[in-house]
Design a protein around this ligand. Structure first.
Ligand code: GAR
Length: 212
């Protein structure tokens, strides 16, 4: 059974979706730990209530990104994960950290990458007049919110949407695609070829399309 460590910064609803899939038998992994960079991350309590080891490495205790990332890596490595899962982890990671976990570091980002890397993706999609928006699970590379795409979800942008309504529509799809992506990894089905992710599974759907 592959071991995963989940990194969060806040609510942790993607973490919960992963934990629920695991409990339901749909995600063959051991969740070794949940780690947050903020003590007030609500997801820490959720994880503890489910009996998962949950720790905080407060980023403000460190004088530099390098020092924080080194401490974080030390805590992560103590749990010997096969995969590190960023689930709403809102810290920019140093290239040294990213390279350490190359090929075993996944992120979910709330846009159809390569559109809208960075913050405020839902506001920016509405402001750009996008008709479709979504989320992306990708392997992490040193460039922020880039890296080989494992799976994407797409939802319509509806008249009258504000960022919150659109975010909620996208988030519901995140909870479907992230467990699927992590399951593929856990089952050894993912291969990256020249930056393109292929899934070794019959009829694997690397997309989720939600109708209006
Ligand atoms: C999710 O929408 C996730 O895609 C986004 O933060 C939210 C976390 O929600 N991640 C990023 O913006 C990373 N750049 P959650 O804590 O409820 O999973």
């Amino acid at each position: 059974m592959k071991r995963i460590v989940i990194l969060i910064s806040g609510r942790g609803s993607n973490m919960e979706a992963l934990l629920e899939a695991q409990v339901a038998g749909a995600l063959p992994v051991t969740v070794a730990a949940v780690i947050a960079n903020r003590e007030d991350a609500a997801g820490l309590a959720t994880a503890r209530a489910r009996g998962i080891a949950a720790q905080c490495v407060p980023h403000q205790d460190f004088g530099s990104r390098e020092a924080f990332d080194a401490a974080l890596a030390g805590v992560i490595d103590a749990f010997t994960p096969d995969l590190v899962v960023l689930a709403g982890f809102m810290r920019i990671l140093t290239p040294v950290f990213v390279r350490r976990y190359e090929g075993r570091l996944m992120n979910i980002h709330p846009s159809l990458l390569p559109a809208f890397p960075g913050l405020h993706t839902h506001e920016r999609a509405i402001a750009a007049g996008c008709k479709v928006h979504g989320a992306t699970v990708h392997f992490v590379t040193p460039e922020l919110d880039h890296g080989p795409i494992v799976i994407q979800s797409a939802v319509p942008v509806l008249p009258g949407d504000d960022a919150d309504r659109l975010a909620a529509r996208v988030l519901a799809t995140e909870h479907v695609i992230y467990p699927r992506a992590v399951r593929w990894f856990a089952q050894g089905r993912l291969a990256v070829d020249n930056g393109i992710v292929r899934v070794d599974e019959a009829d694997a759907q690397q997309f989720l399309l939600i109708d209006a």
